[in-house]
Design a protein around this ligand. Structure first.
Ligand code: FE2
Ligand code: FE2
Length: 268
């Protein structure tokens, strides 16, 4: 099921398959039917549509969110992130299938993948209602980098994807919601609020399974987290942090503050 999603290029089709597989998983789990985790080889890079054109972040034109065009560009970037997230959540399932994990690990990532698919559809609908569509403008090419870097390292993947990148989403989403509220774009506000509410649980799944794996190896999660972020995520974390939502997701301040790029130089 994971590889089927990862090898589907079209965004809407990828999201539809993801949602169908997640429904099938949830149905089996509720009736007690056993679906074997099995083994599969996920592709190095997931299949993606021909458009959007993927560019280096510095070549993606910057648009001001004060203009309607700028807001469409912002939503386009969100759609791109959501589609990438669909692949990331299925990839962690297929990529690390040889590491024995409790069934709840798969339940969590299947649910997260399902939610990302819903997010992609919601934002794509917004784009289409604003006269655009996903693929209409260029997008960042580096999104899969975190996955490639941590393809052999489950703890590294958990540290970087849910606990750094998705946690960053919690930091920036309230500001985005405010932009669309100010512009009176209610559909975008509703979609972003849904995303904001559901992303907390994705960060929480990350910290839950990160802590679980550290505990199983008798390691201190905070120290392991610091080492992995320094190894895989160069440049440090960017404050301000959403301390409240991070706390809700099981991410305490002493995990991220020591990694902040703006940490005063004399304290480094
Ligand atoms: Fe999402
Ligand atoms: Fe997410």
């Amino acid at each position: 099921m994971a590889v089927d999603v990862l090898t589907t290029a079209d965004g809407r089709e990828k999201a539809a398959k993801s949602r169908a597989h997640a429904a099938r998983w949830a149905a089996a789990r509720s009736t007690g039917e056993v679906i074997e985790i099995g083994r599969a080889t996920p592709p190095d890079h997931p299949a993606r549509p021909e458009r959007p054109e993927l560019l280096s972040p510095r070549d993606v034109p910057k648009r001001k969110p004060g203009s309607p065009k700028g807001r469409v560009a912002l939503l386009h970037a969100v759609a791109h992130i959501e589609l990438n997230a669909v692949d990331l959540h299925w990839d962690i399932i297929a990529r690390f299938a040889d590491t024995p994990m409790p069934m709840g690990f798969y339940d969590d990532w299947v649910k997260a993948a399902d939610e990302e698919s819903k997010h992609f559809n919601l934002i794509s609908d917004c784009l289409e209602n604003m006269g655009s569509f996903y693929g209409d403008m260029p997008a960042h090419h580096g999104m899969w980098r975190a996955a490639s870097d941590t393809a052999e390292d489950l703890l590294g993947r958990l540290a970087i994807v849910p606990m750094v990148l998705e946690a960053r989403g919690l930091d920036v989403t309230p500001g985005m919601i405010a932009i669309f509220e100010k512009a009176g774009e209610a559909a975008a506000v509703d979609s972003l609020k849904t995303i904001y509410a559901e992303e907390v649980s994705h960060v929480a799944y990350g910290s839950k399974w990160f802590n679980f794996c550290c505990g199983r190896n008798n390691c201190d999660p905070k120290e392991v987290f610091h080492a992995l972020v320094r190894q895989y995520f160069k440049g440090g974390l960017k404050p301000p942090f959403n301390e409240e939502k991070r706390a809700e997701a099981g991410l305490p301040p002493d995990f991220y503050w020591p990694l902040a790029e703006e940490f005063p130089a004399y304290l480094r």
